[in-house]
Design a binder for this molecule. Structure first.
Ligand code: MSP
Length: 528
């Protein structure tokens, strides 16, 4: 049976164009989706835009543009960027689409008829940038407290709202966040557990005086709180845009999600509020929520006021997509905070991709072509007791390790294991020095064996690189005369990956195209 794998990026706010934070989550999700496709899963990678709320309404007003036009334009930037950098999403959902409204209404009616909605008075300090009430006291001198994340004054609210009865779910949520696999990385579980232990309080899910939102049925003047509607975007996304838009359809189309990938700042929404909302509607819960860390630049928080933001479009135009993918996924332990450093970026991309892997392929293909008629060396006359190739065991351990890493969202681990195989292969090549051995005609078979082993290990490097740097991986595979992989669409049938990574898969005698550099060394004129 085909295994389904639904995974999501956050739905990005359209108050502005995509930033490097949204790019980071999206690249990581793309790598994971590609990995699952190679494992034969039926993957649905969901991304999209979160388009309601006061923050967006105000951004549109500040730009002097009708809100609808503004969100259309911004959502267009996201869609265009993902297209430009080859993100393999299966669905792009927009929460301002009418089809989403219908689903939110159906969901709300379920939760309400199950007795988990009440009217109440909402008083508190609100951060518009976070779109969240903050549990803080007013300053002594009456000045509004500031948001710790955005360093802006909070706004006071005192209005009648509808509340979602989160308190009804204290027990099941406490149990859920205890489960080992629900929250990743493990280091973030404790902070959510503490929040739950402090006691879950009902939260308001409607707003008055906020026209840019989905109207609440039977509650004139109220629109839904942006987070209440946004999380449901994941469910809407599963319904075929041309088919029925309802919960039953979504349930049959890949819900529950196997993985929500998000940043650590929105973990509470995904690991506490969202599962409680789903329980309130008698819907199944996502299997795992993984909160990655935040990116800084040269040790400093990025921000417009700091003048040190990294514009993704300019960045990709300058250095291309693959170097950025490789650097972010290889250098940052996924889950931890990470610092983008220009020098390190250049060093890693040039050392790993251009030198360690690129030169390895180039040299080996050239030697094989020169000495073995443009082909992968022929099979040696096998002796029954011939020992396995020394690289075979390293390669086998690598592909197993890569599998384990992907299963735990350890993208850095997968990248490092692959790189280690390339380094071991380089080491083997230097040690065996086929360029000397070939001068001795009696050692031609031994040279053939060395080169075959190196080419084969290189093929496995190329396969393992596919989810991380798909274009680079395909150039590598084609350089060995192999077919490129399509991890963007259908991927592979179940079981095919295991076949593909079995040692000895590279056909002896296969024609090798003329060697050409896999990646030119990257030089930078100015800043990233
Ligand atoms: N709209 C909500 C998500 C709703 S999901 C139903 C939202 N959007 S966001 O656009 O503000 O943020 C999207 C993601 O970008 C978050 O996961 C956030 O953690 C991430 N990042 C924002 N700045 C970041 C960095 N500097 N570094 C890494 N990721 C960061 O929240």
């Amino acid at each position: 049976m085909v295994h389904r794998f639904t995974l999501t990026t956050p739905l990005y706010y359209v108050n502005d164009k995509p930033h490097i934070g949204s790019v980071y989550t999206t690249l990581a999700a793309d790598a994971m989706a590609r990995w699952r496709r190679l494992q034969g899963d039926w993957v649905c990678l969901i991304t999209g835009c979160d388009e309601h709320g006061l923050k967006i309404q105000r951004s549109a007003a500040a730009a002097g543009v009708p809100t609808r036009d503004y969100v259309d334009r911004m959502a267009g930037h996201f869609a265009a960027l993902w297209q430009r950098i080859g993100i393999s999403h299966d669905r792009f959902v927009r929460t301002s689409a009418p089809r989403h409204h219908r689903l939110v209404h159906e969901f709300y009616e379920r939760v309400r008829s199950n007795g988990h909605i009440r009217l109440g008075q909402q008083q508190g300090w609100y951060c518009v940038a976070c779109e969240e009430f903050k549990d803080v006291d007013s300053g002594e001198d009456g000045t509004p407290p500031r948001c710790e994340i955005h360093d802006r004054p909070l706004e006071w609210r005192d209005e009648e709202n509808l509340f979602f009865c989160l308190s009804h779910f204290q027990e099941p949520i406490a149990q859920l966040v205890e489960q080992e696999d629900f929250i990743g990385p493990a280091s973030r579980r404790r902070e959510v557990q503490r929040f739950v232990e402090a006691g879950l309080r009902d939260f308001s899910i409607s707003r008055v005086n906020l026209p840019w939102g989905i109207p609440v049925p039977h509650q004139p003047g109220h629109t839904f709180y942006v987070w209440f509607d946004a999380l449901l975007g994941y469910v809407t996304a599963l319904c075929d845009p041309d088919g029925p838009q309802d919960l039953a359809t979504a349930l049959g189309s890949g819900w529950p999600a196997q993985l929500h990938l998000i940043g650590k700042d929105i973990l509470r929404f995904h690991a506490v509020y969202w599962p409680a909302m789903l329980l309130a509607a008698d819907l199944p819960l996502p299997e795992r929520v993984f909160g990655h860390g935040f990116l800084t630049r040269e040790g400093r928080k990025m921000g417009k006021t700091m003048g040190n933001t990294l514009d993704p479009e300019a960045l990709f135009a300058k250095v291309g997509v693959e170097p950025v993918r490789w650097y972010l996924l290889r250098d940052i332990q996924f889950g931890d905070d990470g610092d983008i450093q220009q020098k390190r970026f250049l060093d890693l991309v040039n050392n790993d991709l251009a030198n360690t892997i690129g030169n390895l392929v180039n040299r080996t293909v050239s030697m094989s072509r020169r000495w073995f008629g443009g082909c992968v060396p022929p099979e040696e006359k096998q002796q029954d007791d011939a020992p396995p190739h020394p690289l075979a065991a390293v390669a086998g351990a690598t592909t197993e390790r890569v599998s384990r890493c992907f299963a735990q969202q350890d993208l850095q681990g997968a990248a490092m294991a692959t790189l280690a195989l390339a380094e071991a292969t380089n080491g083997h090549l230097s040690e065996q020095a086929p360029w000397s051995a070939i001068k001795d005609a009696s050692r031609r078979d031994a040279v053939a064996a060395v080169l075959y082993g190196v080419l084969e290990a290189t093929r496995l490097v190329g396969l393992c690189l596919q989810p991380l740097v798909p274009e680079f991986s395909n150039r590598l595979l084609v350089q060995l005369g192999c077919d490129p992989l399509d991890s963007r669409h259908d991927g592979l049938p179940p079981g095919a990956w295991e076949q593909l990574v079995r040692w000895g898969g590279l056909p002896h005698g296969q024609t090798l195209p003329e060697a050409s550099p896999l990646m030119a060394r990257l030089e930078l004129d100015g800043d990233l």
